[in-house]
Write a protein that binds this ligand. Structure first.
Ligand code: ADP
Length: 485
C-alpha cells in the first residue's frame, strides 16, 4: 500500500512536541509491515541544513496570498528514515531561522495562512502524481491543522486517493481571517458553516475534520472527550455529527529509544524480571546529578519526578500547590524538568531555592535528563487537565516508575488505578484521580506513598507496567485496517 504522510514536523528532523514523535514512529511501523511510505515536510531552514544529497523531483507554481508562488519538490534519503523524505522547498515561506510556527518573540509567523495553504496545495498535487513520478498514493494521511486543507483540496477532485486526517491536539485550530481565505483564493464553496468557516473566520483544523474520509485522534478516550463541550473548543457539535468516521487510536512509543534494559543515558540497566539493583543505582545517580543529598535517608525516601511542558494543560498549578504540602507532611523529594510559561518556571525555581535538599528544578529541554528522571524517580507526576495521548506516562510505566495521572484522554486509556481489586487481579500500574482538583491529586499521591512502603505490592505494580507493550506495531495495525476500509 502506498501512503503519503503529510505533516509540519517529524522527529528527528524537526520536533516541537508529541506530533513529531508520531511522525517518526507511525510511518516506520507501517514501513516495517510492508507499506510504501513517502513523508512530506516543509523545507524549514533547520531541516534543509540537515539534508545530504537531494534530488529535485520537479517544480510547481501554486497560488499564494499575492499571486503565484513557485515551489520545488526535493527528495532525499535521511539516515534516520527508512523511506524517502519529500520536502516542499519554498524559501520565501519556509527558509527562515527558528521555530516552524512562531518567530523569535513567540508570535505566530504572520504569513502562516499562506505558508500552510501553499504546503497543502503542493501536497495535493503530489497526491495526484502531478510530477509523473509513477508513484500514486492510495492513502494520504494528513496531520493537524497545518495539513488540514489537504483533505479539502482532495475532496474536490473527481478521482483521488483516500484521505485520513489525525487530530493530535484540538487546542490548536489553525484559525485565520476571512480576508486570508479570500486572498488565498480558496474555493468559495468551502465557505459555509458546513465547510471551513468557523465563527466568521477560517479553521484549517475544521477543514480536515469536514473533508477527510476518516478522522482519527490519538486515544480512544480523547475521541469521546472532544465530542463534548468541555473538551471540544466549539468543534464538539461538528465532531459528534462526524462520530461515524472518527476513530481513537492510541499512539505507541519508540520502545528502542525508551528501553531501561539498553538506554544509553542510564547509569545502570534493568528489566521487569530484575528491577533491582539497576533502578536503585539510577536513583542514586539522579540524586547526585541533581545535587540532592544521596545518603541512606534520601535513598529510602520516595523520589517524585516530572518532565513536560510547563503549561496549564499539564496541571503545573496543581503540582505547585501540592509540593509544599507534601514537603511538610512526608519525606518525599522532587526532580522536575521542563520549560513553558514564565510564571510557572519562576515559581518552580523559587520552590527549589527554598528547599535545595528536597526539590530540584531544571528549566529547559534536556533529553538525557528526561531519561534519567524516568529511570531514577520512584513515581512520575502527570496530572494533565486534558491529554490527547501523552507519552511520558507510557515511558514511566516502561521504566518501573508508576505514574500519578488525572483520568483524561490517553492517561485514562493507559493507567489503571491501584486499588484492592486491581492489585488483586494484577492490572494496577499507577494512580488515577478523577476530580480535577488539587485535593484529589494530593489524595492520589498519598495513596501512592502508602503503597511505596509495601515493597512486595510495589514490585508487582512496577512489573505490571514494565511488562505492558506500548509498541507502535499494534497501533500501526489499527491504522492499516482503517486505510483499507
Ligand atoms: P506534549 O506533546 O503535549 O508536549 P507528550 O507527553 O505527548 O506531551 O510528549 C512530550 C514529549 O516531549 C516527550 O517525548 C517528552 O519526554 C518530551 N519532553 C517534554 N518536555 C521535555 C523537556 N523539558 N526535556 C526533555 N524532553 C521533554
Amino acid at each position: 500500500m502506498k501512503i503519503l504522510f503529510v505533516a509540519s514536523e517529524a522527529y528527528p528532523l524537526v520536533k516541537t512536541g508529541g506530533l513529531g514523535d508520531v511522525l517518526y514512529g507511525l510511518p516506520h511501523a507501517l514501513h516495517a509491515r510492508g507499506a510504501d511510505i513517502r513523508l512530506l515536510l516543509p523545507g524549514y531552514r533547520a531541516l534543509l541544513q540537515q539534508l545530504g544529497q537531494v534530488r529535485i523531483l520537479g517544480w510547481f507554481d501554486v497560488r499564494g496570498a499575492e499571486g503565484m508562488v513557485s515551489v520545488r519538490i526535493l527528495e532525499t534519503r535521511h539516515a534516520a528514515l527508512d523511506f524517502p523524505l519529500w520536502v516542499v522547498d519554498c524559501p520565501s515561506l519556509f527558509d527562515r531561522p527558528g521555530n516552524p510556527y512562531v518567530d523569535a518573540g513567540g508570535q505566530d509567523w504572520p504569513d502562516n495562512a499562506e505558508r500552510f495553504t501553499v504546503f497543502a496545495r503542493a501536497a495535493a498535487l503530489l497526491a495526484q502524481d502531478a510530477l509523473d513520478l509513477d508513484w500514486q498514493p492510495e492513502v494520504v494521511h494528513a496531520h493537524d491543522w497545518q495539513a488540514g486543507l489537504l483533505p479539502a483540496f482532495l475532496a474536490d477532485l473527481p478521482v483521488r486517493p483516500k484521505s485520513v486526517f489525525t487530530i493530535h491536539n484540538l487546542a490548536y485550530g489553525g484559525y485565520f481571517s476571512h480576508g486570508d481565505f479570500v486572498r488565498l483564493q480558496l474555493p468559495s464553496h468551502w465557505w459555509s458553516p458546513e465547510g471551513v468557516e468557523f465563527h466568521g473566520g477560517l479553521s484549517m483544523l475544521k477543514a480536515g475534520i469536514v473533508y477527510a474520509d476518516a478522522v482519527t485522534t490519538v486515544s480512544p478516550t480523547y475521541a469521546e472527550e472532544i465530542c463534548t463541550p468541555e473538551f471540544g473548543y466549539g468543534l464538539d457539535g461538528l465532531l459528534l455529527s462526524r462520530r461515524y468516521k472518527l476513530h481513537g487510536i492510541l499512539n505507541g512509543i519508540d520502545s528502542t529509544t525508551w528501553n531501561p534494559a539498553t538506554d544509553a543515558h542510564l547509569a545502570a540497566h534493568y528489566s521487569a524480571g530484575r528491577i533491582l539493583p539497576g533502578k536503585r543505582r539510577n536513583k542514586q545517580a539522579l540524586l547526585e546529578r541533581t545535587r540532592l543529598p544521596a545518603d541512606d535517608a534520601a535513598m529510602g525516601a520516595p523520589l517524585l519526578g516530572l518532565v513536560g511542558r510547563l503549561v496549564e494543560q499539564k496541571g503545573i498549578d496543581w503540582v505547585l500547590a501540592a509540593i509544599p504540602q507534601l514537603l511538610a507532611e512526608t519525606d518525599a523529594r522532587f526532580v522536575l524538568l521542563g520549560s513553558g510559561q514564565p510564571a510557572y518556571e519562576q515559581k518552580l525555581v523559587r520552590l527549589a531555592k527554598q528547599h535545595p535538599d528536597r526539590v530540584f528544578v531544571e528549566i529547559g529541554y534536556n533529553e538525557p535528563l528526561a531519561h534519567q528522571i524516568e529511570a531514577g524517580a520512584d513515581l512520575f507526576l502527570m496530572p494533565s487537565r486534558f491529554e490527547p495521548c501523552g507519552l511520558n506516562q507510557m515511558y514511566s510505566l516502561r521504566y518501573g516508575t508508576p505514574p500519578i495521572v488525572f483520568k483524561t484522554g490517553g492517561l485514562a486509556d493507559t493507567v489503571v488505578d491501584a486499588n484492592a481489586a486491581t492489585l488483586e487481579d494484577v492490572t494496577a500500574n499507577g494512580f488515577v484521580f478523577d476530580t480535577p482538583e488539587v485535593t484529589a491529586f494530593l489524595d492520589a499521591i498519598r495513596r501512592a506513598l502508602d503503597l511505596y512502603r509495601q515493597p512486595a505490592l510495589w514490585r508487582r505494580l512496577q512489573q505490571t507496567g514494565m511488562r505492558q507493550s506500548f509498541d507502535w506495531s499494534e497501533s500501526a495495525g489499527h491504522y492499516l485496517s482503517l486505510y483499507s476500509m
